[in-house]
Design a binder for this molecule. Sequence first.
Ligand code: SDX
Length: 428
Amino acid sequence: MPEKALLCFGDQQIELPVLVGAEGEKSVDISRLRDATGLTTYDPSLSNTAVCKSAITFIDGDEGILRYRGIPIEQFTDRPNFIEVAWLLIFGRLPKKDELDRFSQRLTLNELLHEGMKHQFQHIPADAPPMALLSATLSNLVCYHPQFLALGDDESFEEMAARLISKVRTIAAFSYRRSLGLPFNYPNPNLRYCANFLHMMFSIPYQQYSITREIEDALNLIFILHADHEQNCSTSTARVVGSSRANLFASCASAVCALWGPLHGGANVEVVEMLDRIHHGGMSPEDCIKAAKDKANPFKLFGFGHRIYKNYDPRAKILKVACDRVLSQMKVKDPLLDIARKLEELALADPYFVERKLYPNVDFYSGIILRSLGIPTNMFTVCFAIGRLPGWIAQWKEQHDDPTSKILRPRQVYIGNTIQDYVPIEKR
Ligand code: SDX
């Protein structure tokens, strides 16, 4: 017998159905509430509100569990293949070899930007924020691919997803090269996804950037760990924009803007800048912890805390171990890693963090690996976006394919003026 919730209000009583998720999580279905009682619910940060049913990613924040289509995140780390995970997230199962080969071929065929797009980079200030460029250029893509304004069949969806996932690398690399006044590197169709991105970022004329398997694996791992995270801020943005039937490019461009914020994807930049300040003597780890606890101080311990995880973020666990491996493979000694470890040790022993269940999140160690690959700090959130793009596409598609989905339009509690008359300006 399905469970029910009973809401009593004044002389009204209403039974509300309780949905039970695949992992046993329960949610009170209030979709009839306002019609039946005139009441709405108030949950300003949506912390207690499920806005959709989804089969893509499962997170258990108390246990520190993260699964993509049911597969634990830890199982993707041995032979990390970001494109295989992208396909899994978007199409709902692991691809067969011919499917993965076809998708990889599509990525190769779509790696170039229209030459007209390339020229737009020339007219942007060299110090333009890469996330601004990324969002603007993703949105502009539809100018060169108008056929994707109206979504067609699965075949055209796979083509559109491939174009986005492939071109996002080229856009990111071109914006980086532009910022340094370096010539653009065209994508090399003989390179795999991550190797091609690093080639476009770092090769110089007549000398291709040397990419080892370890470097490729490290970047595949970074992208996989960022690939999806259920209804986070940027993914919810992609869903909200897509719910009005706006095209996928516009939805992903909007998600880039949401990810940019320092409380979300921008945190990986804040973490490294925080660690760097400590390294250069600006503040001690102890000062950092003290400032983070001081309510009068807006400073936060970036890379710590999470809306869902009240345990160690499983991605941070994997990245912390990977730091050692990648830095030794790259023969890099980064003092910031020791500082990060010290900060973690202090925080996890401090009652302020323990009581609030604040643990390292995905952003705490990711920047140290990106630095070891030679990726500059201002490109960290762009790398987060490259990794998260398949998740945005998957979530957008899931909503688009759901015949019951409607435009997302929340309610409010109005606290403004009650009715009053207009006062002509001469009487004000
Ligand atoms: C990502 O949602 C996702 O899944 C996001 C993400 C993804 O993959 O998409 O996982 C990626 O965005 C990770 C988070 C990156 N952001 C940061 O590292 C920024 C620092 N963290 C905080 O800003 C904060 O922890 C958030 C934004 C991540 C979560 O904030 P919540 O859920 O709104 O929690 P809160 O701000 O209400 O904090 C609860 C308490 C407060 O203290 P009290 O009012 O109870 O006294 O914990 C404190 C907060 O002040 N707190 C922190 C803190 N994080 C929370 N205090 C100091 N430093 C911090 N980092």
